[in-house]
Design a protein around this ligand. Structure first.
Ligand code: NAD
Length: 255
C-alpha cells in the first residue's frame, strides 16, 4: 500500500515537466495519491492539462493566486468534486524581472508588493480558503530557498519574499495545529526551472552549489518529490512549522 493511498491532494505551481511541483506530483501519484492541479492562465492550461492527465487526473482548475475570488472558486470546485482534501502543495513564486535585475535597495514599491503577494501572501490566502476542506486534518507544503536566510547573489526581492514565506509557515502551523493541519516547507537547492530563468547568473549559482554542497551534486525535482512524501504523508504526522533543506546548501565553505 502506497504512503498516500486514499489521500486527495491539490497541487499549485505546475508550469511544465521541469517544475518542482511536477516532481512532487509524480512522487505523490506513485504513492497512491489522487491529484488535482491548478494553472495560472490559458497558455499554461495547454501544458498542465496533459501533464495532469498523465497522472490520471481530470481535475484542473484555473487559479491566479493574486485573486481571492479565483482561490475561492477553486476551493468551491474541490468541495464539489471531492468533498474534502488531505494535502496542498504550494509551489508558486514570482517577481518581476525589472526588480530582480536591480540591486535590492532599488526595488520598486509595486515590485515588492507583487513578489510578496504571489510568493508569500498566497500561502496565507490559500490556507484561509481551504481550511474548511481539511475535515480530517491534513498537510500543507510550500517551497522556499536558502536566499530567505542569507543574501544570495541576484536573489534580491525574492529573498525577502521567501523570508516572509518561511515566517508565515510558522505562524500558520501554530494557528492550524489544533485542527490537525500541518504546515511545512522544503527549502530546495537551485534547480533549472522556468522560475529560475528570472535569476541572473543562475548558472553561477548552480556551479557554486555543486562545488560547495555537502554531497557535491545538484539536486533534482525527483529528489524534492521524494522528500515531499515525508511531509505529505503520515510519516511526518508529528511535524509542523518545519523548514527542511533538500540540499545542505552553502554549508561547506571554500578551502
Ligand atoms: P516553475 O516556474 O516551474 O514554477 C513556478 C510556478 O509559479 C509556475 O507554475 C507559475 O505558473 C506559478 N505562478 C507564478 N505566478 C502565479 C500566480 N500569480 N498565480 C498562480 N501561479 C503562479 O519554477 P519552480 O522552480 O518549480 O518554482 C516552484 C517553487 O519552488 C517556487 O516557490 C520557487 O521559488 C521554489 N524554489 C525554486 C528553486 C529553483 O532553483 N528552481 C529552488 C528553491 C525553491
Amino acid at each position: 500500500m502506497g504512503l498516500l493511498e486514499g489521500k486527495k491532494g491539490l497541487i499549485f505551481g505546475v508550469a511544465n515537466n521541469k517544475s518542482i511541483a511536477w516532481g512532487i506530483a509524480e512522487a505523490a501519484r506513485k504513492e497512491g495519491a489522487e491529484l488535482a492541479f491548478t494553472y495560472l492562465n490559458e497558455a499554461l492550461e495547454r501544458r498542465v492539462r496533459p501533464i495532469a492527465e498523465s497522472l490520471n487526473s481530470e481535475l484542473v482548475y484555473k487559479c491566479d493566486v493574486q485573486s481571492d475570488s479565483d482561490i475561492q472558486e477553486v476551493a468551491d470546485a474541490v468541495k464539489r468534486d471531492w468533498g474534502s482534501l488531505d494535502f496542498i502543495v504550494h509551489s508558486v513564486a514570482y517577481a518581476s524581472s525589472d526588480d530582480l535585475r536591480v540591486p535590492f535597495h532599488q526595488t520598486s514599491r509595486e515590485g515588492f508588493k507583487l513578489a510578496m503577494d504571489v510568493s508569500a501572501y498566497s500561502l496565507v490566502a490559500i490556507t484561509q480558503k481551504f481550511e474548511p476542506l481539511f475535515t480530517n486534518g491534513g498537510s500543507i507544503l510550500t517551497l522556499s530557498y536558502y536566499g530567505a536566510e542569507k543574501v544570495v547573489p541576484h536573489y534580491r526581492v525574492m529573498g525577502v519574499a521567501k523570508a516572509a514565506l518561511e515566517a508565515s509557515v510558522k505562524e500558520l502551523a501554530v494557528d492550524l495545529g489544533p485542527k490537525g493541519i500541518r504546515v511545512n516547507c522544503i527549502s530546495a537547492g537551485p534547480i533549472k526551472t522556468l522560475a529560475a530563468t528570472g535569476i541572473a547568473d543562475f548558472r553561477g549559482l548552480l556551479n557554486h552549489f555543486e562545488a560547495r554542497s555537502p554531497m557535491r551534486k545538484l539536486i533534482t525535482i525527483e529528489d524534492v518529490g521524494l522528500s515531499s512524501l515525508y511531509f505529505l504523508s503520515e510519516l511526518s504526522r508529528g511535524v509542523t512549522g518545519e523548514i527542511s533543506y533538500v540540499d545542505g546548501g552553502f554549508n561547506v565553505t571554500a578551502a
